[in-house]
Design a protein around this ligand. Structure first.
Ligand code: FES
Length: 598
């Protein structure tokens, strides 16, 4: 061990000084937050440095250079993020090259395909892990490695509550699925093939073979599902380097981007370019517009509301309708189109879409590379107009989210009209009610179910509290007796979410949810339900007196678990129109450590 006298660490500053660094973005040159650990000459400084030296960290690494935390969601239980060790190594190289000191740390990883009852139940829990891991450690800047659906909002939310200089890197989509000369898209084609097996048109052996053909490389789902949508949101918010959203996971350029991001975060620390300077109201407005232009997932509504709530930007459900509804979809990608993310990247990726939106965007919104969003994208090339359409010759008109209100959804519900059947956007039908997802699975295939194609399928108790975790159950399968008539769509209404790979005339996120006592809980079989998307109306044709009578008889559900996270979630999760964040997690606490006594 070196003596203190020979050490090169700078003198200790007071704790009060140290713990305020970056807390309120003070003017003047940035001070290194990490120096309140590594810059100390006392016993605690010995401990902070000494334990790290067991990894061969030389003493000069503690000299005040930016310490960069690499927040890694690698897990073998999150197959979409299974290449993140390699990606983290690229980031580290970039950090070293720029004169920083990288330290990688794991956080809870949420594998969409594995986690039960739904990964969404744990998004807020993972965000707490991220927030406290950043705040409690000697970190000056953060790199977020994100991929599978919920890992992106969880990391963005947690980091926003600390508000250090932060840069996002998405894991990138998988290569396009290939099966017997046909392209296979994540999710979307799973639903199709499983129906073919049920109908006897596809053998079980072929079904097994298709598994290896659909997901044949590292990366997240390669349709414009939730993961790709959220990667686009990160880029359009300005939180990642240009091109981040679409580079395939196994393309060498993904590694180059990771390395460049590692270099860039070091400079961001020196410039004190904290997250809140990028995540402005203008940035969220841009993201909402981009979501329309890419035909993005309805899940982005909930996640962006939650991220905005953390960073302190006022954003509400109606902003989605006001800002995005009239915009066209420019991108012909599954599930609403034909192509896949690999094609999207080769066509020019998100910068080409942003260029098309041009004057509609807040062009001066700052991004993590220090340029404005417009500076980054104004000259972006478009190599394939079949994949990325021109604004004046769009793939679909009016692609944004519509927000519905009425006595069935006083606090709002959402529908993606571009994914719906136009003739059903104004429809009144008889309700066929399922009390929860188990009830739906039990009765939907029953030939005695009193249903026809004019009915409205209503699913309750799949919201944040009801499921719990807000399942992706909103795109209910159609009853077989309806399918046999060749009908492919019906109006479906629920407090659930919907997979980003799904489509149909599906009203989602009905708020308040049934389990919170919303009017959805009071709907009964035979009630008439009116959907009028143009009028933004969702109405239950039942008198106020009758609804009051039903409400008096309604019993709130018991907590699904007596203890643990699920109990805490049940008691504190907010409704979908507020982003389904926990009430006690909204906002940020900054980077200050309340007590730093070792
Ligand atoms: Fe991970 Fe689709 S399962 S992104």
């Amino acid at each position: 061990m070196r003596s203190r006298a020979s050490g090169s660490a700078p003198p200790t500053r007071s704790r009060t000084q140290e713990t305020r660094v970056n807390d309120d973005n003070p003017p003047g040159p940035p001070k290194r937050r990490s120096q309140s650990w590594f810059g100390r000459l006392d016993r605690d400084g010995f401990i902070y440095r000494s334990w790290l030296k067991n990894r061969g960290i030389p003493h000069d690494q503690f000299d005040g250079r930016p310490v960069i935390g690499i927040c890694n969601t690698y897990s073998e239980l999150t197959p979409c993020n299974s290449h993140f060790r390699t990606l983290a190594d690229q980031v580290k190289t970039g950090v070293w090259e720029a004169g920083g000191f990288p330290l990688e740390f794991p956080v809870m990883s949420l594998g969409e395909t594995m986690l039960r009852p739904t990964a969404m139940l744990f998004r807020n829990l993972a965000s707490m892990d991220v927030e406290e891991s950043i705040r409690g450690n000697p970190i000056d800047g953060v790199v977020l490695l994100m991929g599978c659906d919920k890992t992106t909002p969880a990391l963005m939310m947690g980091a926003a509550s600390v508000d250090l200089p932060t840069i996002g890197i998405s894991g990138g989509p998988m290569l396009s699925g290939k099966f017997r000369g046909q392209e296979l898209g994540s999710g979307t084609d799973v639903w199709k093939m499983s129906e073919e097996v049920r109908a006897g048109h596809m053998s079980q052996e072929d079904f097994f073979e298709a598994e290896g053909c659909m997901h044949r490389s590292h990366g997240h789902c390669m349709t414009m599902g939730t993961a790709s949508t959220m990667a686009c949101m990160v880029e359009s918010l300005g939180m990642a380097l240009p091109g981040n959203a679409a580079i395939p996971a196994v393309d060498g350029r993904r590694n180059i981007l990771a390395r460049a991001s590692g270099r860039r975060i070091v400079q961001m620390v020196k410039d004190n370019l904290v997250m809140s300077k990028v995540l402005t109201r203008e940035a969220f407005e841009n993201a909402i517009k981009v979501n329309a232009a890419i035909g993005g997932s309805t899940n982005a509504v909930i996640h962006l509301l939650a991220i905005a709530g953390r960073i302190g930007v006022k954003l509400n459900l109606d902003d989605w309708d006001a800002l995005g509804h009239a915009l066209p979809c420019l991108v012909d990608l599954q599930p609403s189109g034909r192509h896949l993310m690999e094609d999207f990247y080769y066509a020019g990726g998100l910068p080409a879409v942003i260029r098309e939106l041009g004057p509609l965007l807040n062009r001066d919104a700052l991004t993590v590379n220090g340029n404005t969003l417009w500076d980054n994208c104004k000259d972006a090339p478009n190599w394939n107009r079949e994949v990325i359409h021109a604004f004046d010759a769009p793939f679909k008109p009016h692609a944004g989210i519509a927000v519905l209100r009425g006595n069935l959804s006083p606090d709002g519900a959402v529908i993606k009209p571009s994914a719906a059947t136009p003739a059903l956007l104004k429809h009144t039908g008889r309700a066929v009610v399922f009390e929860d997802s188990e009830d739906m699975h039990r009765r939907l295939d029953d030939e005695s179910l009193d249903v026809d194609e004019h009915c409205v399928l209503v699913l309750k108790n799949c919201g944040p509290r009801g499921y719990p975790g807000m399942a992706e159950a909103g795109n209910m399968p159609l009853p077989p007796k309806v399918l046999r008539k060749g009908i492919t769509d019906m109006v479906r209404i629920s407090d659930a979410r919907m997979s980003g790979t799904a489509y149909g005339t599906v009203v989602l996120h009905v708020t308040p949810e049934a389990a919170a006592g919303g009017p959805l809980a009071l709907v009964q079989n035979g009630d008439m339900v009116e959907l009028d998307v143009e009028a933004r109306k969702l109405h239950l044709h039942v008198s106020d007196e009758e609804l009051a009578r039903r409400r008096a008889a309604w019993q709130p559900p018991a907590p699904p678990m007596e203890r643990g996270w699920t109990r805490l979630y049940f008691e504190h999760v907010q409704q979908a129109n507020l982003g389904a964040d926990m009430d006690f997690l909204v906002g940020k606490s900054g980077a200050a450590v309340p007590k730093d006594n070792h």
